[in-house]
Design a protein around this ligand. Structure first.
Ligand SMILES: [Zn+2]
Length: 244
């Protein structure tokens, strides 16, 4: 006997049980998401933005898994060039073992999304695919495929390479929002306050006097130069679309 109520029985405003799954899938597929915490960088950050199969495979979760699942020593692994590190991880976690962990499944999902082989003994096809991509169009395609409208970076204006990008004031990117990473200013202060002095800010080793205001001003300047946002980089709490 049919026990599931029909649409007429439950009223026009409600879904029937068998409509729920498809409706939820449809709504999720159409809803653009904002990823509020990533370690991605906009293409204008150049080499800071890691991408491609070798970078995916040498993600630190997979490195930890490699050391648990194979006999390779960390010393030997760290002495290898990135390409060979990726080969070692592919061999140990994908060829010799079934990729069932969350981290390995992520790589399989990426390969599958681009119609690349997930059961290949080597990475040649995946490498040639990524070599053929331009980072700008690849990033746009990935965001579109993932249903993500924009991502929030994790920005450290005291990272020497990143600092240059901020100070060059390249064009703002609507897809990549900025958020200040405070690590070097908070626990890394003893090793980093001199860098702010070199830039002309009134800070000292004990973070006394004008130090806090000056460090804040320096972050503010980096943010404003890059994206025209004067307060977001300073407070570090800004998330797009949410109150500051
Ligand atoms: Zn993180």
């Amino acid at each position: 006997m049919e026990t599931i109520p029909t649409r007429q029985q439950v009223g026009d405003g409600l879904l029937t049980t068998d409509q729920i799954q498809s409706t939820v899938e449809e709504v999720l597929a159409k809803t653009p998401f904002i990823d509020v915490h990533t370690h991605l960088f906009a293409p204008s950050f150049g080499g800071l933005g890691l991408w491609g199969i070798d970078e995916l495979l040498t993600y630190h979760y997979l490195e930890a898994e490699l050391f648990r699942s194979s006999r390779i020593s960390p010393e030997h692994y760290w002495s290898l060039p990135k390409r060979e590190q990726a080969n070692a991880i592919w061999q140990a976690l994908f060829v010799e073992n079934s990729p069932v962990s969350e981290a390995t499944r992520g790589v399989i999902a990426v390969l599958d999304a681009f119609d690349l082989p997930t059961d290949s003994p080597n990475l040649e096809e995946a490498r040639s695919f990524f070599r053929a991509q331009r980072v700008e169009s690849h990033v746009a395609r990935v965001l579109q495929m993932a249903g993500v409208s924009s991502v929030v970076m994790t920005n450290d204006p005291l990272h020497p390479e990143e600092q240059q990008v901020w100070m060059n004031g390249s064009e703002p990117s609507a897809d990549f929002q900025a958020v200040l990473r405070l690590d070097r200013i908070l626990w890394g202060w003893p090793g980093h306050w001199q860098r702010l002095v070199e830039q002309g800010y009134a800070v000292d080793a004990q973070a006394t006097g004008k130090s806090v205001a000056s460090a804040s001003e320096s972050s503010d300047t980096s943010g404003r130069r890059r994206c025209g946002q004067s307060r977001h980089a300073r407070c570090g709490k800004y998330l797009p679309g949410l109150p500051r």
